[in-house]
Design a protein around this ligand. Sequence first.
Ligand SMILES: *[C@@H]1O[C@H](CO)[C@@H](O)[C@H](O)[C@H]1NC(C)=O
Length: 385
Amino acid sequence: MDLLPELLILSSLLCSVCAQAPVVSVEPRTATVRQGESASFRCQLGGGAQPVQLEWRRANNQALQENVKVGPGGSVLTVANSRPANQGQFRCVASNSAGRGTATAVLNVKYAPKVRLTPAGPLRVRMGDAVSVECRASGRPRPKMSWKRQGSTLQLVTKETNDVNTIQWAAVHPEDSGVYICQASNSEGVTEVKVDVIVEGGLGAPVASVSASEMTVVEGNMVTMTCVASGSPTPVITWSKLRAPLPWKHTMVDGVLTLSRVGRQDSGQYICNATNLHGYSEAYTQMEVESPPYATCLPEQVRLRPGDALSVQCLAHGSHPIGFKWTRVGQTSLPAGAESTRDGKLLIARVKLSDGGTFKCVASNHVGSSEALAEVVIKREFLFE
Ligand SMILES: *[C@@H]1O[C@H](CO)[C@@H](O)[C@H](O)[C@H]1NC(C)=O
């Protein structure tokens, strides 16, 4: 088994003389072209035993694209009307009986930017919403991107990451409505893509306002509530009452609501609604109808003997709070020992003969007052009962 060294010597002798693997190079090693131009690479044989077979492949071993042709004999590779997808490495592979040799060429295809917006628009957004639009650009050399507004040369502040440039609003305003342009540029050209941003609920949308947001009126009076609205087209104004129909006696003319004789049941919230094709707007008026007190005494007449207890209640209807005040008609003060309570009672624990007379209750609130009389008769004996 000492044959091995001899074999090695023999084979190296043989290869140097007769069977050498091919040696290849490509010319040029790198080519840079514009989109649409053509490029050629020649594969040159530097040595090796004939016959040698030449073959061109893509570096990733994919098939050559249909605009890539290899000339007769396999040495020249031509990329006609090159496109961005042709960018990459091409490998020349030479093979003969002794082995293979390879060399690699690189093709760069420059092209003007291609731009895509997400979402593409037009964008209809509501006032106050958060909005963002991503601009993605490809191109060679790598494009520079910027956003601007149509009609303005000012570059907008945007968020930029890799090949995405994002324009964003935390909350859009009506005046943000407009056409925005993402521009991507490189040595091969400038590409612009536009997006229309429409902020709804903005310009032209109704804005209603009422002359008073709160009102207090006295029962029986006439009341008018006025609502005006801006907007284009001119909004249509209607009035309604929260959780109730409008009072029966009302008129509505040009945003003015008139209630002819208000009652306490008409108290509540009134809603003005201004509507046009852009939307609607509501404004509110809270109305309280107040009524003056109406007082009565219970009882209206009392007959007592000296030593009896007196108790008369003054009652009053009307808006609260209601205060009560008892006086004695024709006298400057109540009898000694008389007491009047906050809720309208007149009390005397033990009446005397001199305590008789006419007592007056005045009930009052901030709208008005009302009085009622109570007759107190005190006798030792009531003869004709
Ligand atoms: C106001 O009008 C709009 C549109 O017609 C409607 O959707 C809304 O409910 C109205 N509001 C009231 C309180 O009637």
